[in-house]
Design a protein around this ligand. Structure first.
Ligand code: ZN
Length: 273
């Protein structure tokens, strides 16, 4: 017997149950539809608990829309924007255990990176890392190792280059049908950890630089850490970022010098620039 042949009452009951089922709510119960306790939360199976309502200072209940997990939303935005995973293909296998330590100076740098990953959830002031050193010293490997730990903990991460960020921002200037420049900057700013490689002396036009620093500034103000990777020296990095941004990021982060010989020249397994 299908719903159409049922008496109206039962057909409606079936419809109500169907709607509740589709929205993942308990069936034949109005409790979930008429909540009296706020803030309310839902559970994302990947990212844990997230808030769906709040109470304003005047006692008004506000439902947070869209009522989905904000970390899932950030991931979707980034996937649409970049059409790839959070960690670039060539670094996806990198973790702390397969990072080869061949020089004493590496040990201290690895320890700081490990601690950064394990203490990420309690690092509420947005303190980031700056890894400087010649190509082939494994900076991207260490950054990917941090990224993997955080992804496993349910954080959102993006490992990218300055050029990829600038390119996506530049695209918004050319195209009318895509996301706005503001939306793209917000997507890069919203990720829990942003890893930015190839910070160098030349970052295109002044307007491109301003857009890039809008991302960094927004993250800084929201206490979201950024990891910067660069082949530059400390002075080179300062001139690339501009004194103001450099001061903010350095005062607020840990500067690590990767000054051991390149793995590549020794035919090592480490991938990284
Ligand atoms: Zn989620």
């Amino acid at each position: 017997m299908n719903a159409r042949t049922l008496p109206h009452g039962r057909a409606l009951e079936g419809l109500a149950d169907e709607i509740l089922r589709r929205h993942g709510l308990p069936q034949s119960s109005n409790v979930a539809l008429l909540p009296d306790r706020h803030p309310q939360y839902r559970q994302c199976e990947r990212h844990g608990r997230y808030q769906t309502s709040r109470i304003d200072a005047d006692g008004t209940v506000r439902y947070i829309m869209p009522a989905d997990c904000s970390r899932c939303r950030t991931e979707r935005q980034l996937e649409t924007l970049l059409d790839r995973a959070a960690i670039p293909q060539r670094y996806q296998h990198c973790d702390f255990d397969d990072y080869r330590i061949m020089h004493p100076a590496q040990r201290a740098v690895v320890d700081v990176c490990r601690r950064f990953a394990t203490e990420f959830a309690i690092n509420r002031d947005g303190r980031g890392l700056i890894l400087l050193g010649p190509p082939g010293t494994g900076k991207n490997h260490l950054a990917a190792a941090i990224a993997r730990v955080l992804l496993a903990q349910g954080h959102t991460v993006l490992q990218t280059t300055v050029w990829e960020v600038i390119d996506r921002i530049r695209e918004t200037w050319r195209r009318e049908d895509g996301p706005s420049e503001r939306a793209v900057i917000e997507a890069f700013a919203a990720v829990d950890l942003l890893i930015l490689d190839e910070i160098g002396k030349q970052h295109g036009s002044e307007s491109e630089r301003l857009s890039l620093f809008a991302v960094l500034d927004s993250r800084y103000r929201d206490c979201r850490p950024t990891i910067l990777l660069s082949n530059e020296t400390r002075n080179g990095l300062e001139s690339a970022l501009g004194a103001a941004s450099f001061d903010r990021l350095c005062h607020h982060g840990i500067l690590l010098q990767c000054l051991w010989p390149s793995y590549r020249r020794q035919g090592g397994q480490i991938h990284g620039a």
